[in-house]
Each structure stands twice: as structure tokens, then as C-alpha cells.
Write a new protein. Structure first.
Length: 271
């Protein structure tokens, strides 16, 4: 496969070391880039017009026959290609079983003012999510439910964490995302007439009894502490998911899916 002029085999190569450093947030933010690993994820990035800077590949790890066409498309769109030996790729990959494809993409920032919303917006707001896997799964849920945007308040893990990208299966590139403070987001929702529904076990209203039609923002809290006092005080309506067993809470990603698709059910029936 004649796709590049440079093949890297040394584990001490500066490019290999740089890719390993990009697993950490500070080097990512300083360089303004992040890692995208996997065929599906890179394909979705290209489909959404993300300008990949570099793509590293190792044919010995490939799982199918479509990789050369993907690499050629990436190069045609301006990405520099580098072939890695099997051992070198194993060092830079963050998956247990890599598929031989890893890209470097530019980070982006979007403000609340830059969001383009329909007349009846449907938003997901999450506060202080700690685990990258949960944030990635939440992204997938927002995409599946047809949310117009995901707004991340006071993040503990960043959107460009490699495990967020992986758990999102690449929908990070298709769901508009904004990072802002809870205070900024609450004020922005209020000025636009978007009701906020806060999920909390202390609420008296069941989520199925709440009106989840109209301009809406579903607000979900952190894994460990749930929603902050700020959101519990300022949200328009607190709701709860009924719990019949001994557990007093659900995983935040599971609770998000349940709440979002109740909203989808109501909003579909309301049309």
C-alpha cells in the first residue's frame, strides 16, 4: 500500500512520543488537538468535514478492506499520513484491540450564542460529568434522541478525552456541543424561554407525568453527587425516575437515556 513516504518503527520516535502525550489533557489543550482512533470514528469525522491534521496507520492491525480508501480520502482532504509498525501503533493506541487507524484532529470551541436552534429546541444539559465513558455514552444518547445540542456545564472530564471520543462512536462530530458554566447556561435558557427539567430523586413529580414538550432542556447531574444546589434551585421543574429496588440511583448515562426517550415519546405524540 503506497500511501505515504514515511514509515515509523521506533518507539522512541518523536511523533510516537507526542501521540502518547496527547492522551493527557494539558498537552492536548496546549497543542489545540485531540486523538481520534478507529475506522468508524475517523469516517464520521471526515463526513462532518473535520480537517484531520495527521493520520497514523498500521496495516498489520487492519480489520477489513476499506482502510486504504479511507486513508486516501483523508490525504485528499489535507491530512498527512504516517505508517507505523505494529509495535509502534500498539504504543500509541488507547484501545485494547486497535484497528490500525489513529488521527489527530483540531479542537474547536462553540459558544451558547453560536448555537443555531429550531423554533422548539430540545437540549440536553449535563453538569460535572466525571467519567469519560459516561460522557461519550451521553453524547450517543443525545444523538439518538435527536437533541439539538449537548451543553456541558462545569466539566470535570473534557469533550476531547480519547475515551469520550471512543464511547461516543464519533457522534462528537455530529452533535453540537457547548461548554459553559451552570450560571451562564441557566440564564441563557431563561432568556430564550426554554424550560429546564432537573432530574433528582428528591422530586415529587415523576418524569412520565411532567410535560416534556415545547422548548426543553433536560438537565442531568454528576455520577457521584447528582445535580448541584444551583440547578435544584433554579430549574423550572424537578422530576424523578421511580426506583422500586434497593438502589437509590441509576448510572447517569442510563438515567439520561430514560429521560430523553420519554421526552421523545411525548414530543412525537404531540406533533
Amino acid at each position: 500500500m503506497d500511501l505515504t513516504t514515511e514509515k515509523i518503527s521506533s518507539l522512541q520516535n518523536p511523533r510516537v512520543k507526542h501521540l502518547v502525550r496527547l492522551r493527557d489533557r494539558r498537552p492536548r489543550d496546549e497543542a489545540g488537538v485531540f486523538l481520534v482512533e478507529g475506522y468508524r470514528e475517523i469516517r464520521r469525522a471526515l463526513e462532518k468535514g473535520v480537517a484531520l491534521q495527521e493520520v497514523y496507520f498500521s496495516p498489520e492491525w487492519f480489520l477489513g478492506e476499506n482502510e486504504p480508501a479511507l486513508l486516501e480520502e483523508a490525504r485528499r482532504r489535507g491530512a498527512a499520513l504516517f505508517e507505523l509498525s505494529k509495535d509502534a501503533f500498539a504504543k500509541v493506541a488507547y484501545r485494547e484491540r486497535p484497528d490500525g487507524l489513529l488521527a489527530v484532529a483540531p479542537q474547536w470551541r462553540r459558544s451558547l450564542a453560536e448555537l443555531t436552534l429550531p423554533a422548539v429546541p430540545f437540549l440536553l444539559v449535563v453538569e460535572s460529568i466525571e467519567k469519560p465513558g459516561n460522557l461519550g455514552t451521553i453524547l450517543r444518547s443525545a444523538d439518538a434522541a435527536g437533541c439539538d445540542a449537548l451543553i456541558v456545564c462545569d466539566p470535570i472530564t473534557d469533550l476531547f478525552n480519547p475515551n469520550v471520543v471512543r464511547a461516543s462512536t464519533g457522534v462528537l462530530f455530529s452533535v453540537p456541543c457547548v461548554v459553559a458554566s451552570s450560571e451562564e447556561v441557566q440564564a441563557w435558557l431563561h432568556t430564550r424561554g426554554i424550560r429546564s427539567i432537573a432530574t433528582t430523586p428528591a422530586a415529587t413529580t415523576l418524569y412520565t407525568d411532567a410535560d416534556l414538550t415545547g422548548p426543553l432542556a433536560v438537565v442531568m447531574g454528576s455520577e457521584q453527587y447528582g445535580l448541584s444546589e444551583f440547578w435544584l434551585k433554579h430549574a423550572d421543574l424537578p422530576v424523578r425516575i421511580p426506583m422500586a429496588g434497593q438502589a437509590d440511583s441509576l448510572n447517569v448515562a442510563m438515567a439520561t437515556i430514560i429521560t430523553l426517550f420519554e421526552a421523545v415519546r411525548q414530543r412525537t405524540a404531540h406533533r
